[in-house]
Design a protein around this ligand. Structure first.
Ligand SMILES: O=P(O)(O)OC[C@H]1O[C@H](O[C@H]2O[C@H](CO)[C@@H](O)[C@H](O)[C@H]2O)[C@H](O)[C@@H](O)[C@@H]1O
Length: 260
């Protein structure tokens, strides 16, 4: 892990954007915390129209994929840009011009049991939100009384104990139950590079969360990981850090301008 990735001011950001544009890039963009600020509830994290326009302009100039922990159809609808590639459920569900890959399909029966079990067991805990996805289920704790958060964790682990084909993953104020598969955002990105014929492009990954670290590692040595700082001070495998989401906007503007 790189403890101290390079922090960029606006001049450095413009310089980096020009270098990237000259390298024939392909962009892999995370959604929550990267294109949109973290909000109290998932449905509140709507994409700002200016950010949508930037991503749209970028996609008019080079390949772009949105790689998210969200359900694929949900993030596709939130982004609202047709024709680009999407990976949902942390890469377990991919829809790209080359076709669809649904690695989570064999785990649907387990998820169909786990989702109502979680909804039932958490119904009495105010603020606990269950977000069902095609290939995972997320339990959000952001709105739960801090004293009750450990109880939410216990419920999640109780349900997990009955589902050996699922595993637990933690994120920002959330627990996720997902398929017990050796697959992550990094593997999804490498799959997309191969399947879409993007091997001649320079992969640039933007992300903020723990699950984006797999993506930074996947492109290390052949591309660039850019972490959007979330103030956690967490070590990262990214090479560069952007201080916030507005700087992501300025960076994408600079790349678009440099691509012409
Ligand atoms: O990979 P991402 O696109 O960053 O998705 C990761 C998770 O993002 C969402 O949850 C997070 O954002 C919510 C809205 O800002 C916030 O309320 C929550 O606390 C965060 O964990 C999404 O709801 C999850 O499904 C994604 O896995």
């Amino acid at each position: 892990m790189n403890q101290t990735p390079a922090a960029l001011d606006d001049a450095g950001l413009t310089r980096l954007a020009r270098e990237i544009a000259a390298a024939n890039p392909v962009f892999f963009l995370d959604y929550d915390g990267t294109l949109t600020p973290i909000m109290p509830r998932p449905e509140m994290a709507q994409l700002d129209p200016d950010m949508r326009l930037r991503v749209e302009r970028l996609a008019g100039r080079c390949p772009v994929a949105v790689v998210s922990g969200r359900d694929l159809e949900n993030v596709r609808q939130m982004v609202g840009i047709p024709g680009i590639a999407f990976a949902g459920s942390h890469g377990l569900d991919i829809d790209a011009p080359s076709g669809r890959q649904r690695l989570g399909e064999p785990f649907r029966p387990a998820l169909k049991r786990a989702i109502p079990a979680l909804e039932g067991a958490l119904a009495g805990i105010e603020g606990a939100l269950v977000e069902p996805k095609l290939y995972a289920v997320t339990v959000h704790t952001r709105l739960v009384d801090p004293a009750l958060k450990p109880r939410v964790g216990e419920v999640v682990h109780d349900v997990l104990a009955g589902e050996p084909t699922l595993r637990h993953m933690a994120g920002k104020e959330m627990h996720e139950l997902r398929p017990e598969l050796d697959w992550d955002k990094g593997k999804a990105i490498l799959h997309l590079i191969e399947a879409e014929g993007w091997g001649g492009h320079y992969p640039v990954v933007l992300g903020d969360d723990v699950t984006d670290e797999d993506a930074f590692i996947a492109v290390k040595g052949r591309g660039l990981g850019i972490r959007v700082d979330d103030g956690s001070g967490r070590p990262t495998a990214a090479t560069v850090v952007l201080p916030d989401i507005p700087s992501v906007g300025r960076f994408l503007d600079a790349v678009v301008a440099a691509l012409g």
